[in-house]
Design a protein around this ligand. Sequence first.
Ligand code: A3P
Length: 322
Amino acid sequence: MNLRDDNVSEETKTLISSLPTDEDSQGKLCQYQGCWYYYNTLQAVINFQTNFQPQDTDIVLASFPKSGTTWLKALSIAILERAKHHSNDPLIHPLLSDNPHRIVPFFEIDMYLQTATPDLTKFSTSTPRLFSTHMPLHTMKEGLMESPCKVVYLCRNVKDALISRWYFRCKYQNKEVAGSILESMFESFCKGVSFYGPFWDHALSYWSGSLENPKQVLFMRYEELKSEPYVQVKRLAEFMGYPFTKEEEESGLVNKIVELCSLSNLSGLEVNKTGKTWMNVDYDSYFRKGEVGDWKNYLTPEMENKIDMIIEEKLKGSGLRL
Ligand code: A3P
C-alpha cells in the first residue's frame, strides 16, 4: 500500500497547508471535508471529485475500512453476474479466478491514486459498472455530481472494525500483533483521527443519506448479513435493480450465492490464497475470522466503556445505532 505523499500536486500541497494535520505509523494525515486521509489518498479523492464521469446506472459500494467491503463486493458481483448470464449457476463468473477488489476497484485507492484521468474501461468491466469507496457520502457525492446512481453502504460494529484494522495493519506492516499497537490505534479511533475517520461521521453521512433518499442509498449492516444472509442478499439484489425471480429463489440460487461468497469459500480459492493487489497487499489479508463480537477478546472493559460513551454521544438524536 502506497501511503507516501508522492503524486501530490502543488495545488493539493497548498490546500493541505490550510487543513488540520496529524500523523500515525503509516504516514501524515490531513482532514478534508471532515474526513482524515493520507496525503496521497487526498490527492486521489480530489482527482475523483474533479474528473469522474458517472453513468446513471453505476453502483457504488461504500464502507468504512474493515467493515466487510470484500464480502459486499463479492455478493454484488455474484448478483450482477447471474443476471448477466441469465444462468442458474452462480459458479460461472469471475469470482472464481479473481479477487473481489480487482473486479470492483476503489475510486481513491485504485483508480485515481496514480493519475487524475484514468482509463475507466480498464478498471470496471461489469455492466452496470461497479465501483467502491471508503469516502464519506458528502465527499463522494461531489464526484457523482447529480447522478442518480445507487450507493450501498455496509456498516459494521466499530469495535470489530477496529480489531480487524489492527490485524490487517500488523500483517501489512509485517509486525507482531501487539497490544501496544492496538492501544495507540484505539486512542486515534476515539479521537476520530484515523484513516477515513471519524467513524461516527462516516456512518452518519450514509445513514442520513439513506433516510433522505432511500432509493439511492441503501444502509446495510455486517451483523445482519451474518445473521440473515438470505434476507439481506435479496434486499441487496432488489435495491441494485436485479431482484431474484420466484423461480430463481425456488431453485436455491440465493443460497448458492451466499455459499459462493462465504468467507470459507472465498478464502479457500487459489487466487485469494496466493494473489496480491497491485499495491502488493496479499489477498488473504482480507479474510480473517469474520465474526461478530470478536472485539470482546481484545478490548478491556474500560476501552469498551470509553468507545461506547463516545459513540452514544456522537449519535445522539440521529436514530443510528452502532
Ligand atoms: P475480521 O478481521 O473481523 O475477520 P474489509 O473487506 O472491509 O477489508 O473487511 C475485512 C473483514 O471482513 C475481516 O473481518 C474479514 O474476515 C471479513 N470478511 C471478508 N470476507 C468475508 C466474507 N465473505 N464473509 C464474512 N466476512 C468476511
